[in-house]
Design a protein around this ligand. Sequence first.
Ligand code: 4AD
Ligand code: MG
Length: 434
Amino acid sequence: MKRITIAEAGRHVGETVQIPGWLYNLRRSGKVIFPLVRDGTGIIQCVAVKSALPEQTFEMLRDLTQESSLIVIGKVRADARAPGGYELDVEGAELIQRVPESDPYPITPKEHGVEFLMDHRHLWIRSRRQHAILRVRHEVVRAIREYLDNHGFTLVDTPIFTPAACEGTTTLFETRYFDEGVVYLTQSGQLYNEATAMAFGKVYCFGPTFRAERSKTRRHLTEFWMVEPEMAYATLEDVKELAEDLIVYVVGRVLENRRQELATLERDTSRLERVQKPFARISYDEAVKLLREKGSPIEWGGDFGGPDETILGEAFDRPVMVDRFPASIKAFYFEPDPERPEVVLGVDVIAPEGYGEIVGGGQRIHRLELLLERLEQHRLAREIFDWYIDLRKYGTVPHSGFGMGIERFVAWICGVEHVRETIAFPRMLYRTRP
Ligand code: 4AD
Ligand code: MG
């Protein structure tokens, strides 16, 4: 007898198969019971008829508790009304572990508070919505890799232990490192990408990054995943085009392959269908003007707050690209605009529907003298950046790249309020468990 997953049921109609899984829910109706079994690939309704089963098997199923593990045996039947399109007529079942009534599965179909659910995150990820979000996340990651791999980018992973700051010294997590003293958890792989781009042309890194930010917002994690492409011989305009193409591609792939999950999440997919080229492109100056018109107290020179990003995102029906920020609010490495040195060739992509900044990047300083000047202005020790400075001595070229935060991107695609639900085990200001 074949052992299959629920996702494969369609290829086994009329066959008797085994499905190993867990009891998601159970409905009883006298001499027939309907166990809902999940296996990670889907949920299937099983139909167990008393007269068709040994008494022991029927009773075992009838008294089964939520999340008990079992292998169901039965014949697959197509049923247009069934949630996944198929049902299983039960012919047998093997119990693996019965969850005892005395210590029942803590997450019941009733409403629980968020803190309770986060404390039980190791179990919560089995629930339908959480499961759907994490499947969308996987599709997003897969599509990003596919896009970059198919467009000439080489994956070069960058280190997590680093001696220097990339995004400012105030958000570094320190850790003791043998006799070297203190090292930091990486904020971004960018500086290393700049080195690998000079070796490989077009590169990307994709991994966890860390920010010791005391931000308790729905957009901030202390540990988040970022994909960072970087290109040699590339400008701000190249970065905008890549960000746009990548986002359109990834949204398209999710719409293609994760319809069912988006339906589970009750996502309004018409909003996602609109994510097509071209995205609106505005300057920081224009963004400030628009924000002030809409009542924001922002002044030229100030950074966007969360509410500002929300206003900007809601003003457009697809992501909007904002470029040329004041140099004073951006990291040390941004190339100034040659026509207006007080602004830099940086771009943020702001998602619609209030999801905030999903991409940040731009063109990097490639001239040695200017880099040295900026390091000094930002009080960054030259010795620590010696290797980074080398890149400006040995065949320096204009180069550009960006970082896209996976959790914010997934939150937007799924339409979930808070980034904490877009990663299996979120790390936040007040949460490092489970
Ligand atoms: O704008 P950021 O800080 O840019 C960089 O780190 C660049 N060095 C990237 C590069 O050019 N290679 O971060 C990039 C993105 C943001 O747009 C956001 O999506 C995400 O990373 N991000 C966060 N996501 C969750 N929690 C946080 N605390 C985040 N901080 C940034
Ligand atoms: Mg940013």
